[in-house]
Design a protein around this ligand. Sequence first.
Ligand SMILES: [Zn+2]
Length: 500
Amino acid sequence: MTQPRVFISYSHKDKLVAKYLAAHLQERGAEVWVDEGEILVGDSLLAKIAQGVQRASFVIAIISRNSIGSRWVRKELAIAMHKEVSGRRVVVLPVRVDDSGPPNFLKDKLYCDLSADAIDWNAELSRLFRSLGLTSGAHGTLAENTPLPLSLTIPAVFSQHRILESNCWGFGHFVADDVWTGGIYIPVRQRALGRVLAETPAPLSRSVPRRIKAPPTSRVLTLSAVSEYKPGAALRIRGLATCDTFARRRGFCAVCYGGDPMTGAFVRRATQVGRSAATSILTALERAQDISAVTRLFEAGPAPGRMVLSPADGVVRLERTATGTLRIAVTDDSGECFNVVTKDDPTVPEGDRVWLGQALTQGDPSPHDLLQMFGNKFVERHLVTELAAAFMRQGIRIPERDLELLVAVMTSYVKVEGGNEQDALVRRHKGKALPRRKFFSTNNRLLRLGREPILARPLVLGVSEIFHLERALVADLARNQRRWRLIPTRSPVVKGRKLT
Ligand SMILES: [Zn+2]
């Protein structure tokens, strides 16, 4: 089969969707022509576009409010349509990404629907790939976990988060200090700007003694307030992931969020902080040259060269297997042996003593490994600082709070693993991922009824996974509301438990 040649026609405001489609098409063997990379200064745009369309056998037209108003997109489409009419085989495939209808001359065409009201994006994308003669997997369908374009999922997942109360009075906080990562330096002053110090001192960990300052009162740290913090300072700051409001509801309190670093005013109640964070991140993504590193972090995916972390404190033994892979065995003091298998070279010599979580190979650590070894708070800070650094490497500065909001949501899910199997509520949730607030409310309900609570373990989820999960939860809720009406108020399951 010859590889299809595809020209993507889009308004520059839809650059992220275009980049996403281009990446997926290239991955499946298509030759993709987008104007951005190939048009040089001084080239005649129109001639280049005409040439691109001439060479292509397919034109994907990204239809949105932006593109319908864009002169260039209309021109590109006009050239493609002319070619279609004049008998040369070129197929125009419209892809709708918002609630705008297709322009008149595309009205009679079937389109691929990637807007927020599409029922199944995976099915829509699979259909598009099949129309291009591309297949992925045995049936030309997408894998369940295929990431969706961030420009579509980020607004859908985060926009509902608001400021719901002025203060949750929680003790949750994170320790902010200077960050050095991969050649990027983020000073503590910059990180503290606009935030609020945690009031009540929590027991200090032994690794950060004395340097922590006792905070005076709840106030927003302004430019002049942070100017007194010298490099090396460590501050306890109220954070979004640990906000008690967020543990119960889809939003945060004003104190954990902070306020304006210029005036020192707190953010107002009902402010749509999720929407502004989503906008700020999408604007940054549009400016970014290379979005692959950032996308990987937002999707909580493993790095291409995944760093192997030690599964225990102990002594290392190295062993080459017949197939050329390396088995690293770590034996702890009790004599228990943990094995990890990798293709990469080890960074520790045979017989060395390592500690839990120490890097055993080069590369980037997977957030899932970090979660398992160091817990929620660690992986949350890791993702926030790595995202900030990945943007800064491309000259883009995003307020850390906006990244923190997204990461707080990404780390706020749990997987239900255990509980009383006889309990209908437990059976309903078993094996599923749930938002932590739902897990807490379910357990409160179970405990009030004198039933056994459910057990769960924390998760870190990518933005696409959350998007799919939230849709599934809404569908599940709708189904169960119908079903609940049929169940008598006195549940027979409870009676049965009391007898045994
Ligand atoms: Zn709070």
